[in-house]
Write a protein that binds this ligand. Structure first.
Ligand SMILES: *[C@@H]1O[C@H](CO)[C@@H](O)[C@H](O)[C@H]1NC(C)=O
Ligand SMILES: *[C@@H]1O[C@H](CO)[C@@H](O)[C@H](O)[C@H]1NC(C)=O
Length: 174
């Protein structure tokens, strides 16, 4: 009897995992590398408005990290932006087509990290994204990092990612 219950629990967990797989309930890539795209609108999955006008530091990717979490996004010149997660997306098929995970971010962030006025996945703008917290001493917005500060950001990311996985953010995000 016990074995049957264990077996049923296993089947249920496989089924629920498959249900999430339709969206991007993806794990962050271990090298933290993404393509940068931009988006904006009047509504979002997390409630905040990802406004199209003005200077804003928001991203999507709530399905990966959780609503309202903070990310440090950096380009290869070590120009970084601290941003907050306002929305989920992009859809899994976009990342599959692009062949890489994607951080969808505000037009302000696209401009800051690429110099372009719009960022599409086919532009292949490479950035890194790492988790950070509200209490890291930096306000939302652009900053420069030294190599040492960048290494510290990676350590913080690993710690916060473990917490994020322990919290099961993907399941909260459905
Ligand atoms: C990184 O961003 C800075 C300024 O925001 C820009 O000058 C630089 O060209 C960018 N680097 C790359 C590789 O796009
Ligand atoms: C980053 O450094 C450049 C010079 O290397 C400077 O012009 C820019 O203002 C700095 N950006 C920030 C956000 O501190």
């Amino acid at each position: 009897m016990f074995r049957i219950i264990v077996y049923i629990a296993f089947i249920l967990s496989v089924l629920s995992a498959a249900a999430y797989a339709g969206f991007t309930c993806a794990k962050p890539p271990s090298n933290n590398q993404y393509y940068l795209t931009d988006f904006c609108g009047s509504t979002s999955a997390c409630g905040q408005v990802p406004s199209c006008s003005g200077t804003h530091y928001f991203t999507a990717d709530a399905q990966r990290f959780g609503c309202s979490k903070y990310l440090n996004l950096c380009n290869s010149s070590k120009k970084c932006v601290k941003a907050q997660i306002y929305d989920s997306g992009p859809a899994m098929w976009v990342e599959q087509d692009a062949g890489r995970a994607i951080i969808d971010a505000s037009p302000t962030i696209c401009q800051l990290l690429s110099g372009h006025s719009s960022c599409g996945w086919s532009d292949k703008i490479s950035i890194t994204a790492t988790l950070t917290s509200a209490l890291d001493g930096r306000p939302l917005g652009p900053f420069n990092v030294t190599n040492e500060e960048y290494e510290d950001m990676l350590v913080t990311h690993e710690i916060l990612l473990e917490q994020c996985e322990a919290d099961g953010v993907c399941k909260v995000q459905e």
